[in-house]
Design a protein around this ligand. Sequence first.
Ligand code: ASP
Length: 323
Amino acid sequence: MKQNRRNFIKKTTMLGALGLSGHLGCAAKSAKKTSSGPVVLSTWWHGIPANKAAWEILGKGGKAIDAVEAGVRVVESNPEYQSVGLGGRPDRDGNVTLDASIMDEKGEAGSVCFLQHIENPISVARKVMEETPHVMLAGDGALQFALQNGFVKKNLLTEKSKKAWEEWKIKSKYKPIINIENHDTIGLIALDKNGDLSGACTTSGLAYKMYGRVGDSPIIGAGLFVDNEVGAATATGMGELMIKTVGSFLIVELMRQGATPIEACKEAIQRIVKKTNYEDMQVAYLALDKNGNKAGYALRGGFGYAVMENGENKMYNADSYLK
Ligand code: ASP
């Protein structure tokens, strides 16, 4: 009894410090299991095919780590998606440079950033995680590692993306676009039948960015974070804002302290509002807790995410801070 009371006081104090004390009732709800089987959720419309590929594994009782990799690979390899992998929009000088990260249920992490010429950076990130003592490889070092591990060098700039870039060059005078249309990273988080969580995040980054710019997606804690005891979170949008606020880590930590996924996402967006100059920019988060509770929330309207559970794959419009 005494122990419970002490825990209660500890929890209320912690939540109070986070400005969440008013939601303690809701926070307690997060402990309830809402999903009886595997769940996968991912950002934007390309989340539908990604979830489907992930479900091929999850639906058969496979591991979340295999599902998240398989899911995002589908989007990386499709040249029609101009924000990830093959066909991604280039930087302002015409180079397609890719960022990706992956985390498994053991808390292991791997990432690559500023990687060129490789269609599936997520699989390189997984190799970094599983076969090196490191977490992150960058640029030429990441490319060299990929080639040594059997990945094939490719031209990732499709005619369609090249044409769009050439048109952009005429009007934009090399100012990187920072509005809401050019953010379409795939972040995908999943819970498997065994109750294990994993996540993957992959992107060609901000369209027409400066050469060498790295976003949030390969930064563990910014674009992706997984703690198998608590939950997982991933992000899309203007990466600089998530890096400055370590958004995905923040969401998982808030859930650890009792916030529901939606409360945690709202607080992370609130942090961006309070601490950054977010004018004209979009940021959106997805969160999934250990019990299968999930949420999506964005800074402004227009963010959609796909959820697949019980074999059903559906799009949702996320609620947002700015209406
Ligand atoms: N988060 C990505 C970045 O800043 C962009 C995106 O979500 O499309 O690189």
